[in-house]
Design a binder for this molecule. Structure first.
Ligand SMILES: Nc1nc2c(c(=O)[nH]1)N[C@H]1C(S)=C(S)[C@@H](COP(=O)(O)O)O[C@H]1N2
Ligand SMILES: [Mo]
Length: 288
């Protein structure tokens, strides 16, 4: 039997849909980053998306994905750096440097997935430009192409979508630039060809389709935080004790787990406890 990553779903185990052997092999093969959870099916990861530029609703991004061109692609790194550079996708994540990271992913809307990303840690990419000592934050900007991205033709957000991290968060070994999914190039609706992945934060921090990275000395303005600061904090660390103003964050629904599956308990930092020292001395209820 040939085991592909798309066989590795909770259903494969529970419903024996694709064979118990596949399910057992998958659990045995699940690396530590996923903390024991089996990856969500490829079809669910690429069919249930949040990508406002490609439309509202979970299926619109996949339906509109064909509108996007992703090649050629480059990312400009500038601001407080020694050597401003523009890097192509291959320069950022050459095949030999790419790693697989199976991360849990938790959206602020209280659903979650487990995603086998492929890519490179962000820290090494920042080093290519040389971060100046006075830099304290890293700002990210997504592509602005209203001709390809129907959502950008309407003034629903202040386009392009922007996100940012504190420099120490950006440099944390878990912080990742993904260029692939299930060992295939990252699809358009998932933020291809290159996106950020910060597994201990709510999904909106993980900005898709990045074209610019800027080092700054002041906290940059970010899209959702500027729009609704009480709903979307700058830090946006996953925290079951800090509720969204309109719903609880204590539990989450695992996409693809089936109707009979119960909700899972949400964990502080999405279970990535090793990031706790980044927030030592901070009041996580205030700096949410
Ligand atoms: N450019 C851009 N990046 C984005 C978004 C978006 O709408 N546009 N949505 C965010 C939100 S709210 C989430 S939950 C994740 C969803 O990623 P996924 O669709 O790959 O699961 O992408 C984030 N990055
Ligand atoms: Mo989200």
């Amino acid at each position: 039997m040939k085991l592909s990553w798309s066989d590795v779903t909770p259903e494969a185990l529970v419903l024996n849909r694709r064979g118990l052997l596949a399910g057992m092999a998958a659990v045995a093969a699940t690396p530590a980053f996923a903390r024991g959870d089996a990856p969500t099916a490829y079809e669910d990861i690429t069919g249930y998306n949040n990508y406002v530029e490609l439309g509202m609703g979970k299926s619109a991004p996949a339906e509109n994905a064909h509108r996007r061109t992703m090649s050629p692609w480059s990312v400009e790194i500038g601001g407080l750096v020694e050597r401003p550079v523009t890097l192509t996708l291959d320069e950022i994540a050459p095949a030999a440097a790419r790693e697989e990271r199976i991360y849990r992913f938790r959206c602020v809307e209280a659903w979650s997935m487990v995603v086998p990303w492929e890519g490179v840690p962000l820290a090494g990419v920042l080093d290519r430009a040389g971060v100046k000592p006075e830099a304290r934050f890293v700002a990210f900007e997504t592509v602005y192409r209203p001709d390809e991205l129907p959502g950008q033709r309407r003034k629903t957000l202040d386009w392009p979508y922007r996100e940012a991290l504190r420099l120490d968060e950006a440099r944390h070994p878990l912080t990742f630039l993904a260029t692939g999914l299930y060992r295939k190039p990252l699809p358009a609706q998932s933020g291809g060809p290159i996106r950020l992945v910060v597994p201990w934060k709510y999904g909106f921090k993980s900005i898709k389709s990045i074209v610019r990275i800027t080092l700054t000395d002041r906290q940059p303005e970010t899209t959702w935080n500027a729009l609704q600061p009480d709903e979307y904090g700058f830090y946006a660390n996953v925290n079951p004790k800090v509720d969204h103003p309109r719903w609880s964050q204590r539990t989450e629904r695992r996409i693809g787990a089936g109707l009979l599956a119960g909700r899972d308990e949400t964990r502080l930092f999405n279970g990535y406890d090793e990031v706790a020292p980044l927030y030592a001395g901070m009041d996580l209820a205030r700096d949410y």
